[in-house]
Ligand binder design. Structure first.
Ligand code: HEM
Length: 118
């Protein structure tokens, strides 16, 4: 399916990537199932600590948002998180319960700029 989708695409057209929906879905699904940075993105709270969703995190505490856990095991993230369903990214959005759960390149000031087009 990816091969047929690529047929006729002009490789010099940099905007074409945004029209290749199934390939993008395959990539996203791979990044969900096997995130290359499974944990990463740890940060240390500032001298005043941090309030996250009603929970106070004490100052100078290392906090991490483990991608593997969030994308594969947290029930509010995706339906059927352990199945490879590329279509969830373009024709079956109901399978994405929380789009913020998909952060393979992280977020914040130190996120991976390479993945910033996603
Ligand atoms: C599938 C491919 C990749 C994934 C999933 C990925 C993911 C990540 C993650 C999770 C971080 C940590 C961000 C944080 O600490 O919040 C990061 C940082 C970074 N990545 Fe990537 N990365 C990928 C490819 C690349 C490539 C190809 C390059 C360079 C050509 C690159 C350059 C960087 C740099 C420079 C940082 C540090 C950013 C900073 O601290 O400001 N990454 N990446």
């Amino acid at each position: 399916m990816v091969r047929s989708e690529l047929h006729g695409i002009d490789p010099t057209d940099t905007d074409a990537i945004f029209t290749i929906l199934h390939l993008q879905g395959v990539i996203n699904e791979a990044l969900c199932l096997i995130p290359s940075a499974t944990t990463g993105d740890s940060r240390i709270t500032r001298p005043n600590g941090l309030l996250i969703n009603g929970t106070f995190i004490t100052p100078f505490t290392k906090v991490a948002a483990p991608k593997y856990v969030i994308m594969r095991t947290v029930k509010s993230s995706f339906l059927f998180p352990n199945d490879f369903i590329s279509e969830r990214w373009y024709s079956r959005p109901e399978l994405i319960l929380d789009e913020h759960a998909f952060r393979p390149f992280d977020f914040g000031t130190c996120f991976c700029h390479t993945g910033s087009f996603t």
